[in-house]
Design a protein around this ligand. Sequence first.
Ligand SMILES: NC(=O)c1ccc[n+]([C@@H]2O[C@H](COP(=O)([O-])OP(=O)(O)OC[C@H]3O[C@@H](n4cnc5c(N)ncnc54)[C@H](O)[C@@H]3O)[C@@H](O)[C@H]2O)c1
Length: 266
Amino acid sequence: MIQAAVTGACGRMGTLIMSNILQAGDIELVAGFDFVRVGEDIGSVVLGGALGINVTSPDNLESELVRTMPDVLIDFTIAQAAVKTIETACKCGVDLVVGTTGFTQEQQQQNMENITKAGIKAVIAPNFSIGVNVFLKLLEEASKHLYNYDIEIIEAHHNQKKDAPSGTAIKAAEVINQQIGVQKPVIYGREGFSPRGSEIAIHALRGGDIVGDHTVLFAGEGERIEIKHQAHSRQSFAAGAITAVRWLCSQQNIPGVYGMKDVLKL
Ligand SMILES: NC(=O)c1ccc[n+]([C@@H]2O[C@H](COP(=O)([O-])OP(=O)(O)OC[C@H]3O[C@@H](n4cnc5c(N)ncnc54)[C@H](O)[C@@H]3O)[C@@H](O)[C@H]2O)c1
């Protein structure tokens, strides 16, 4: 049985992931951390019934991780908080599945250093849905042939999303640049006098309850291709995170930072 803990337990993703864990026969939830609903039974957060495990304040993350020693800590919170959470998990020798987005390059670097130094395993992905990871694979193929086309990335999310552009949109630009082997400049939106050059432009839309849309446009002379992914529900992310948990726990003694590309063998 895999023992798992969740940070961001009372958030949109955390609640759904805990619900998935409670329904899985091979994963046991041993702790849940959040600043809200501290002391409430996690069962009442997820199911409406008692479970006997209470929401713990992140102030007690280290002592609770030491007490419960989960195989994996799943983090869907906010970047600034996640950096500290990752550091604490490293200190406690607990493996990680991190879905939080919005890390700066310095924060990413810090996370990598902490994980590598601690010799733990982590799956970090800006998007855990299988569809999005296949979408990224399709982008590699398209970029091989359409590197001279104008490339624009358009993403849309719900009005509560805190970071922009989305981690997936940034990842899409990285994948394209890696495939092309040339660092096309990445810009965010356009305004005023801004003639088009070789840049990849990312445009972020925020509204209503949009779960997550990503479109990459390759536009050339007389034609265009759009590669598009639309998430209909957060369950696509939660299911992918659970797949990552199982994969991570099946990897014996191979410390390092992995992505969904590794998990899905893409
Ligand atoms: N990788 C993916 O597939 C994927 C999918 C969806 C969302 N996300 C990302 O996951 C994150 C969370 O998204 P959400 O929609 O669930 O947000 P949310 O705002 O609904 O939930 C975040 C929760 O984290 C809690 N929190 C903040 N700091 C904390 C800490 N130090 N310890 C414990 N809990 C803490 C907040 O109180 C909140 O309940 C965002 O960064 C989002 O972009 C990633």
